[in-house]
Design a protein. Structure first.
Length: 482
């Protein structure tokens, strides 16, 4: 739009403009939904939601729909859908639901991850993320210290014929279409002032393993002992992306008004009546335009925020501002009261037959059919982990013999576990020594390369090791002085 000498004149009373805006935002009749079937409406709602998700996916980020404040690195979700079902949902909706929120852990690696960049010069023991960035001091903006992120602009075709654009999770799109009274338009979205928070997968994976070791009973319902049935998965969020606002540009592409009475003026027509005549006062036109635009924005936000109206379906806590307008296009800026999360990165891990977790695989690669989470390599994963315990037990035994009370208690617990395992598996120890030492020899024997495999014995042994993983991990950490 020309910003110079041809600024349009505000020539109609502002009250008329505001009343027409409110009517278009709040009156279902103007959306034409009475003549449209529910099926068509649902299809268009899905299409608009998918367009939004494409905006996020274009930057190789998993979309969050609808946007929310309540998601952060360390959030863990159980995924019971098969890979094929996930692929279908990803293709149809453009996002994967996060509906089975198992737990939230606090990543321990934030301080080290950002120590030499965004937390440089700060005492890492005094840093608590995301809280310190989410709720900074009184003179600082929320998330103002977080790393910035940039998303490309994205364009799509929108229609207001059945009000479907309320599925787009920002107020600006349906508001802009209503202001233009447009049946169809091209919408360009630019995410404004995006921020990000993340942590490295190595440290987060360790945090997850530690949490799982302390909460093994929570995983037993999701373990799938039958190898012919696809396992369940644990999805862990490692990074989130936030937006403070949106810049929206809407270009009318319809040949006539999308709804309402034939020949009815659009709100932007009322606001932006072009002056005629050679003697028009150009400066007065500009001043009138700016004053009218300011009053329009005030009234517009009051209409959008009115309770019990169509605005209830829009994302709350935002302010919509008309930046510029003409008879065929409009630009708006929407600022959220607090930044909202629009996307994330995560990794998936298959849950093994005894609750063990497989290696992490990027969720985006899973959704795009480029990777598949696998159960931990081999059926003897617990036996492989057990290989480190003989040396640890030797350290614990030595300290116990020297009179260390904690070591003596841990030694008794390990021997109690080992004796129960020997009795349950039913083998005859060949070597003298503590029950735990006898059991370690047995585990090393059945896991040795070239040893004939007894799958039933291996299965029972793995199960016992998995069920007592917390005790065994505590022994390893204690022996290492951790």
């Amino acid at each position: 739009m020309d910003q110079g000498n041809h600024r349009p004149r505000f020539s109609y009373p502002l009250l008329t403009c505001v009343l027409l805006i409110a009517a278009m935002l709040m009156t279902p009749a103007l959306t034409g939904c009475g003549a449209i079937t529910k099926y068509k409406r649902d299809k268009q709602l899905q299409a608009v939601a998918k367009d939004w998700n494409k905006t996020i996916r274009a930057s190789q980020v998993m979309p969050v729909y609808p946007p929310t404040e309540d998601l952060q690195p360390g959030d863990m979700f159980i995924v019971t859908s098969t890979l094929e079902e996930q692929h279908d949902a990803w293709k149809k909706k453009g996002y994967l639901p996060l509906d089975y929120h198992l737990a939230r852990i606090q990543p321990e690696g934030y301080a080290d991850f950002y120590q030499k960049s965004f937390l440089k010069g700060k005492d890492k023991d005094q840093v608590t993320l995301p809280n310190d960035w989410q709720k900074p001091g009184a003179d600082e903006l929320a998330w103002g210290e977080a790393p910035m992120a940039y998303f490309p602009s994205y364009s799509f075709t929108a229609s207001s014929s059945i009000g479907a654009n309320t599925a787009f999770p920002v107020s600006s799109v349906p508001v802009g279409l209503s202001l233009l009274n447009s049946g169809s338009a091209t919408v360009t979205v630019q995410i404004d002032d995006a921020r990000t928070l993340g942590v490295d997968i190595v440290s987060l994976y360790k945090d997850v393993q530690e949490w799982v070791g302390k909460n093994e009973n929570l995983f037993s319902p999701y373990a799938q002992p039958n190898p012919d049935i696809e396992p369940n998965y644990l999805r862990v969020v490692s990074r989130v992306y936030l937006a403070k606002g949106m810049n929206i540009g809407i270009q009318n592409t319809s040949t006539s008004s999308g709804s309402g009475s034939v020949g009815a003026s659009k709100p932007v027509d009322l606001l932006l009546d072009t002056p005629t005549g050679d003697n028009a006062d150009k400066q007065t036109s500009i001043d009138n335009y700016n004053a009218a635009l300011e009053k329009l924005n005030t009234s517009l936000n009051q209409a959008v925020a009115a309770p019990g109206k169509a605005a209830d379906a829009l994302l709350p806590g935002g302010t919509v501002k008309v930046v510029s307008a003409s008879s065929g296009s409009i630009s708006l800026n929407e600022t959220f009261d607090r930044p909202v999360i629009i996307g994330y990165l995560a990794f998936d891990m298959a849950i093994g037959p005894h609750g063990e977790l497989g290696p992490p695989v990027p969720t985006l690669a899973v959704a795009d059919r480029k990777a598949k989470p696998l159960v931990a390599a081999g059926g003897d994963v617990e036996l492989q982990r057990f290989a480190l315990l003989p040396a640890a037990y030797a350290t614990i035994k030595k300290k116990a013999d020297e009179g260390d009370r904690v070591s003596a208690e841990l030694r008794a617990q390990l021997n109690g576990f080992a004796q129960n395992a020997i009795d349950e598996i039913g083998f005859e120890p060949e070597d003298p020594g503590d029950p735990f030492e006898q059991f370690t020899v047995f585990c090393q024997t059945i896991n040795a390369e070239g040893t004939p495999r007894d799958s039933a014995t291996i299965h029972r042994t793995n199960k016992l090791l998995s069920e007592n993983r917390s005790l065994l991990r505590r022994a390893l950490l204690f022996a290492a002085g951790i």
